[in-house]
Design a protein around this ligand. Structure first.
Ligand code: FE2
Ligand code: FE2
Length: 494
C-alpha cells in the first residue's frame, strides 16, 4: 500500500520547501534511522525482555513519537536504495551512512519495503514489533503479510508493514542523469567508503575480500570523473574524523583518477589506478589500532612498524583470492606510494629503481588529503591553499614536479572547498573550478552569508561574471581559515 501525503499528513504540516525536506524533519528522520539500526542490532543479541534494551527502546520511542506528533501518520519506505519519510527522500549524513546501509540491507533481506506507524508508540508494541521483524525468515515473499498478522494477533494495529517493491530496471546498466549527478556521486562516494571498510574488516578477520565490488565502484567513479570531475572532487571535502582510513582511501582514489584523466589514461588504466588508490593503505590493516590512532608522536619501534605498511599492502594484495583482478602495475603502485622520487621515503631499497607512475600519482593525492584532513594528533588541518603551498615550496622534492603541476591545475589556485573572502565583502566556498586555465583564479563560489532571517544564502556565483564596466562582479581577495570562522565546509557538499 502506498500512502499519499494528502491522505496521511495533517493539514498543519508545513509545505515542502523547493529544495527538499525541511531541516528539522531531516534531522528527526536521520535520528530515527540511527535508532532503528541500533535497536535492531541490540535486539539480535538480547531477548526482548532484557534490561539492556531499555535505554535503546526509550530512545527509539522518543524519536518516533516526536515524528508522529509532527507528521501524524509516519511512513518509512524503501525505494531503490533510499529511504523515504512520508514520500520525501531522506538524505543521509556521513555519520548516518552506516545506519542507512544496515537498515536498508536488513529490510531488503526480509523483503520488507515499508513500515507505517499510525499512532504514537508505546514500549510493549515496539518491543514485539522489533522482535517479530528480526525473526522473519530472509527472502520469504509473504513476510510483510506475516508481520502484519502477527501484530494483529497482539492487537497492535498502529503498525503496518508492506512488502519491498521491486523497481524495474534496478539492475540495469549504470547511467547517469545529468541533473542527478551530485546525488549519484554522493551515493558512489558513501558506498565506496562502506565497501573499503568491508574489505579491510574482512582482511583483518582473514576472510574473503570482495575486490570485484571495488572494481565496479571504481568504474562508476570513473564515469563521473570523466563527465564532471568537480562533483567528486567536492565530495573529498566530506572529511570524516572517525573513519579516516576508509574516507582517506576514497579521497585518494578520487584525486588519483582526476590526475589520471588529465594524463589521458584509458578507462582500463583508470580502473586499475582507482583500485590501486583504494587499496594503497591496505597494509595498515595489519598494524594495531593503538599505533594507527595514537594521539601522540610514534616511538621508534612504532614508526618502523608504520613504515612497513606499503610492503604489508603488497602481501595482502597478493594473498587476495581474486588475484585475477590485480596486476603487477597495481602491486608496484602500492609498494611505491611512499618512496618519493629521490627514494628518500620508505621502504628503504637496496638498489635504485624508478618510482612507478601509479606510485607517484598516489603519493601526491595521499599527501594532499592527509594534510587537509583533521587527525587525532592534528585537529586543525591545513587549508587546501596552505597544503598546496607547502607541497610546492617546502616539500617539492617529495613529489614528481610535472604531476604536482597537473594536480594544482586540477584543484585550482583556489581548490574546491576553500573558504574565500570576496571584494564585495561576501564570504563563500569554492564550489567548482572553472575549467578554462585562464580562469583558474575565478572559480564558481557558493556564498555562505546569511540573509536577513539568518538563513544561509546558498547562492552560487560565477566569478567570471562581468560587472558591465570592463571588470568582474566579484573577485577573491583572500582565503580564510574555516576553523576560525566555525564553518563546517563539508556540510555544503552533502
Ligand atoms: Fe600510506
Ligand atoms: Fe595513505
Amino acid at each position: 500500500m502506498d500512502i499519499s501525503p494528502s491522505a496521511t499528513q495533517p493539514k498543519t504540516v508545513s509545505p515542502k520547501p523547493p529544495d527538499g525536506m525541511d531541516a528539522e524533519l531531516s534531522k528527526l528522520g536521520n535520528n530515527l534511522v540511527t535508532k532503528f539500526h541500533v535497536l535492531m542490532r541490540i535486539s539480535q543479541i538480547y531477548d526482548s525482555k532484557n534490561v539492556a534494551l531499555n535505554q535503546f527502546v526509550q530512545e527509539f520511542l522518543d524519536t518516533i513519537n516526536a515524528l508522529i506528533k509532527r507528521e501524524g501518520v509516519l511512513s518509512l519506505k524503501i525505494r531503490k536504495d533510499d529511504f523515504f519519510l512520508n514520500d520525501q527522500r531522506l538524505r543521509y549524513s556521513v555519520e548516518g551512512f552506516t545506519s542507512f546501509k544496515y537498515l536498508l540491507t536488513q529490510w531488503k533481506k526480509r523483503l520488507i519495503g515499508e513500515v507505517i506507524f499510525r499512532t504514537s508508540m508505546e514500549e510493549g508494541s515496539l518491543r514485539y514489533f522489533i522482535y517479530t521483524l528480526i525473526n522473519l525468515e530472509e527472502g520469504r515473499e509473504e513476510n510483510a503479510d506475516l508481520l502484519r498478522r502477527q501484530l494483529e494477533s497482539r492487537n497492535i494495529t498502529s503498525i503496518e508493514a508492506n512488502p519491498l517493491e521491486v523497481v524495474e530496471g534496478e539492475e540495469e546498466a549504470f547511467t547517469v542523469q545529468k541533473e542527478d549527478e551530485r546525488e549519484v556521486a554522493k551515493k558512489i562516494f558513501f558506498e565506496t567508503i562502506g565497501t573499503i571498510k568491508e574489505v579491510i574488516t574482512n582482511i583483518k578477520g582473514k576472510q574473503h575480500a570482495d575486490v570485484r565490488k571495488l572494481k565496479r565502484l571504481a568504474q562508476k567513479a570513473i564515469h563521473l570523473v570523466i563527465e564532471d570531475e568537480s562533483i567528486l572532487l567536492g565530495m573529498t571535502m566530506i572529511k570524516n574524523y572517525d573513519e579516516y582510513t576508509f574516507n582517506h582511501s576514497v579521497n585518494v582514489s578520487i584525486y588519483s583518477l582526476a590526475i589520471g584523466k588529465r594524463l589521458g589514461f584509458s578507462k582500463k588504466t583508470l580502473t586499475e589506478l582507482g583500485i590501486t588508490a583504494l587499496l594503497h593503505d591496505i597494509g595498515k590493516s595489519k598494524i594495531p589500532r593503538e599505533v594507527l590512532n595514537k594521539p601522540a608522536a610514534l616511538n621508534d619501534e612504532e614508526w618502523e612498524m608504520m613504515k612497513r605498511h606499503p610492503l604489508m599492502g603488497v602481501e595482502v594484495v597478493l594473498n587476495l583470492k581474486q588475484l585475477g583482478e590485480i596486476n603487477p602495475r597495481m602491486v608496484v603502485g602500492i609498494f611505491d606510494h611512499h618512496l618519493m622520487p629521490d627514494l628518500s621515503g620508505y621502504p628503504k631499497l637496496f638498489r635504485k629503481k624508478e618510482v612507478s607512475l601509479f606510485g607517484r600519482i598516489i603519493q601526491i593525492s595521499d599527501a594532499y588529503d592527509a594534510m587537509t584532513t583533521p587527525r587525532i594528533y592534528k585537529k586543525i588541518p591545513y587549508t587546501p591553499g596552505q597544503a598546496l603551498a607547502l607541497m610546492l615550496r617546502e616539500k617539492a622534492a617529495h613529489f614528481d614536479p610535472l604531476l604536482l603541476k597537473i594536480f594544482i591545475g586540477l584543484v585550482g589556485v583556489y581548490p574546491i572547498g576553500s573558504l574565500v573572502l570576496l571584494n564585495t565583502h561576501e564570504i563563500g566556498i569554492v564550489y567548482k573550478t572553472n575549467l578554462e586555465s585562464m580562469w583558474l583564479d575565478r572559480p564558481i563560489v557558493l556564498l555562505v552569508d546569511r540573509d536577513e532571517e539568518g538563513h544561509p544564502k546558498k547562492e552560487l556565483v560565477d566569478l567570471t561574471e562581468a560587472d558591465g564596466g570592463g571588470g568582474y562582479k566579484r573577485t577573491i581577495v583572500k582565503t580564510l581559515d574555516p576553523y576560525k570562522y566555525h564553518i563546517d565546509i563539508a556540510k555544503y557538499f552533502l
